[in-house]
Design a protein around this ligand. Structure first.
Ligand SMILES: C[S@@+](CC[C@H](N)C(=O)[O-])C[C@H]1O[C@@H](n2cnc3c(N)ncnc32)[C@H](O)[C@@H]1O
Length: 245
């Protein structure tokens, strides 16, 4: 392990807002704050918003600055990336931010039914050949539906046109509609002044490369059991930069 990474892991231990539960414990049981994030961690009853696969947590931190009346939790498995968001939120004394270092796969051990108002999935790896690792695949959406409030919102931001179309196909296959869809959110300054103008590390890279950024917003029925759109074909010939993962 590099010296820099080791130093970040050490500093991570000092951040009160960063939780690093043992994976095995979450796999076998519930996290201590499940169902109690408002009462015991944030000390208020404000809506809870998640960012899944948050990397350095830019969306989480910027949303928290903009919306002090909501609570934000970023989740990622990479500790050295989470360090950035946890350090910024700690230094700025943001009381409405938390991070959890774990796999999104065990997210149901973290949140109780109806506990979450919104989920942001920001620039997930498209995983062209492994839908079981795709954070917007039915297997994952079914997990989110268990803890989303009845009118809860999912936001998907991605540079991958393929992933955007795939997620639309998931909704169509399961008789669901999206509430918003845009193939190029930053065109003609459209995103300016809106929540979509916040940019993550990956987003900045893809914007600089000239790739359009897409956005999809939708709701999920509580306890949904969605299935894969079996006839959807991920186009493996899309240029490499658009098929990371
Ligand atoms: C392409 S990066 C995007 C990071 C950030 N959202 C951004 O836009 O800069 C994808 C992130 O998702 C995380 N990730 C992917 N699958 C995950 C999983 N199952 N559980 C937790 N994190 C995951 C990776 O560790 C990585 O940081």
């Amino acid at each position: 392990m590099g010296k820099n990474k080791w130093a970040r892991f050490q500093e991570n231990e000092t951040f009160a807002l960063l939780h690093q539960p043992v994976f095995k414990d979450l796999f076998n049981g519930d996290f201590a704050l499940k169902g109690k994030w408002g009462e015991e961690f944030f000390k208020n009853a404000n809506p809870i918003v998640l960012e899944l696969g948050c990397g350095r947590g830019e969306y989480t931190v910027e949303l928290a600055r903009k919306y002090p009346e909501k609570n934000f939790i970023g989740i990622d498995i990479k500790g050295a990336r989470l360090w950035r968001g946890a350090k910024t939120a700690t230094e700025e004394h943001l009381k409405n931010v938390s991070f959890v270092r774990t796999k999104v796969d065990v997210v149901n051990s973290l949140f109780a039914e109806g506990e979450v108002s919104e989920v942001w999935i920001t620039f997930p790896d498209p995983q062209p050949t492994k839908s079981r690792k795709r954070l917007c695949a039915p297997m994952f959406l079914n997990r989110y539906a268990k803890f989303l409030a009845p009118d809860g919102i999912i936001h998907l931001k991605t540079d991958s046109q393929m992933l955007h179309e795939y997620t639309k196909a998931v909704l169509a296959k399961n008789g669901l509609r999206y509430t918003l869809a845009d193939n190029d959110i930053h065109a003609h300054g459209k995103s300016s002044g809106s929540v979509l103008e916040i940019q993550t590390t990956y987003e900045k890279i893809f914007v600089d490369m000239g790739f359009p950024i897409t956005y999809l917003q939708f709701h999920l029925p509580q306890n949904a059991v969605l299935v894969e759109p079996e006839d959807f074909i991920f186009d493996m010939n899309v240029p490499k930069a658009k098929t990371r993962g």
